[in-house]
Design a protein around this ligand. Sequence first.
Ligand code: SF4
Ligand code: SF4
Ligand code: SF4
Length: 371
Amino acid sequence: MGILQVKNKAPEQTLRDIYAHWLKAKRVSALLVPAVSSLGVATPVLISDPDKISQVSPFLPVMSVNGASIVAAIAAKGVPDTKVAAVLRPCELRAVVELIKLQQVSRENIVLIGMDCPGTYKPGQGIGSGSTSDLTSTFLSAQDGYLKDERLRAACQMCEFPTPLFADLSIGFLGMNPKESLYVDAANEEGESLLEGVDMIPIEAVPDERRNYINRFIEVRQRVAADKIAEFDRIGLGAENLVRYFANCLNCHNCMKVCPVCYCRECFFESDVWERDLEEQIRIVSRKGLNRMPAGTLLFHLTRMNHMMTSCVQCGVCEDSCPAGIGLSVLFKKVSRNAQAEFGYLSGRSLDEPLPLTTFREDEFRHLGEE
Ligand code: SF4
Ligand code: SF4
Ligand code: SF4
């Protein structure tokens, strides 16, 4: 691990120079990284031309999509002699780890570059006026502001993982003065090779100031998460309450389509099996006399929850995509955290932890009466 010297008080440009060097030296074939398009739109880009590096914005606090979905779309199958450096936030990295375990991403083609992330905004929302590079610069220096910023996405306000849990190379600015220095940590040879020739001071341990800042940060976020879950619990999770919770659901399936770990190629709820012709609709409605339309929303959500809860990374892009404004972040925070805790599992923490539903332990769930 080490301290990366920031040039000219410009952390963005310092990273751009390093990324451009990786491309020029053919250390990687391309980078997947947040950027600002020529139209001023925040979006991830795949970049191979170092001359276009000025559009790249590695710290950009705007999240439109969980980058793991893009990694899965471009790197599902291995390709020889190709490396993409994916610059990702902790929740995106965690989703990639889950997707590798679910055999949806080929590990051999991806180098994971993890960035600190104290929170992100929805595109075009709550970020005020000014250019996105102003936004990055204000954001980077707002070390005391993140925890009070209610414009951050709902999931971010509850996020307890501001630093990467798993990456080949991690880059941090939390608890640092990012105009002077950044924290870097290579987890393996792949990460170390990317740091060759980079001007940095080796260190033995995480600087105290950074460690203390992150610990305090996590404590506050855990309190926010506990408060929001307690508020959610007041509504309760019983069948009737869930019907009310999802009462405005349009059945658009956006939440499923944007979810990075909802990986089935063909979803049962979008298959022919789920189609109901008029004859069947009349037969169904005849039983009750009245049926909410679109029908089957609760079954969809319960099934999806059941499928996702052990791999959910609590990124909240499902909530961001919901046109009905349903509070999916807190729901998935509660359900996935509880389910993963039951298995002693944390999604995206490690490639070596087997997926809970692919393993069987004789001693599990004794407290629930399993024998
Ligand atoms: S959920 Fe956490 S890691 Fe993901 S964007 Fe929000 S703060 Fe960052
Ligand atoms: S269910 Fe929602 S919060 Fe969980 S991984 Fe999917 S999109 Fe993210
Ligand atoms: S995105 Fe919202 S409205 Fe659409 S299916 Fe999901 S919960 Fe329902």
